[in-house]
Design a protein around this ligand. Structure first.
Ligand SMILES: [Zn+2]
Length: 224
């Protein structure tokens, strides 16, 4: 082999090795979820990260759940005290501007999530269940910090079409809430776009996330 050709071969091999090194941790949507599951150590933290790789214990129940005033909820709904107070303030301020932002689903117990997830599997299959619902222990609703909201069009599923949605997009962070599953970030959050699902993280963190256009996952990776 000529020296020139040998050199070229060495460069190609080196290039391939470098490529392999940098791409080994890249996964595509759906392949890296529910694979390396960690048990959550501080479930009471306001910024707790619950997702397909971080699981809450089956017996975790938030210690300070409070009922949301029926002025701001469609039925009996509970959230952790701090989240509840901030949501009521958000809903009240929105109301003063002629909007109606109502809690339609908030705290869910492990058992409830288990039933919901299995209902999806039985009616729509595993793939759909994993896309639209979370396995028990992996739902943020168990934290008491997550909320599905409904606008004046009375349909949480169509919240993106409501007159409230643009206001919510601009203002939720001022009350400590973030849009938890944004469009285009499905490969990070593991969930499809959910314009109705908000998560309380406190005003300070919500502002950082809003300004950087991050997900909660990205906040946790970048905050160190
Ligand atoms: Zn939700």
């Amino acid at each position: 082999m000529k020296e020139e050709t040998f050199k070229k071969c060495v460069y190609v091999v080196l290039f391939l090795l470098i490529m392999l090194f940098y791409t080994k941790d890249i996964h595509f949507f759906g392949t890296h979820f529910y694979e390396h599951i960690k048990q959550i150590k501080e479930p009471n933290s306001i910024s707790v990260l619950v997702n397909k790789n971080n699981q809450l214990a089956a017996d975790y129940i938030p210690h300070d759940l409070e009922k949301i005033s029926l002025d701001y909820a469609n039925e009996e709904q509970y959230m952790r005290k701090e989240a509840k107070e901030h949501f009521e303030r958000l809903s009240e301020d929105a109301r003063k501007l002629g909007y109606q932002i109502i809690a339609s689903s908030t705290y869910r117990s492990y058992t409830y999530q288990e039933r919901l997830y299995h209902y999806y599997i039985e009616t729509k299959g595993l793939e759909y269940a994993d896309l639209c619902s979370a396995r028990p222990g992996h739902s943020e609703h168990q934290t008491g910090l997550a909320i599905d909201v409904m606008g004046s069009n009375q349909d949480y599923d169509a919240f993106a079409d409501s007159i409230e949605f643009p206001w919510m997009t601009e203002n939720a962070y001022k009350y400590g809430f973030i849009l938890r599953y944004p469009k285009g970030k499905e490969n990070i959050t593991g969930f499809k776009y959910e314009p109705w699902h908000y998560r309380y993280v406190g005003i300070k963190i919500a502002k950082i996330i809003h300004e950087n256009n991050w997900t909660l996952e990205e906040y946790h990776t970048n905050k160190e």
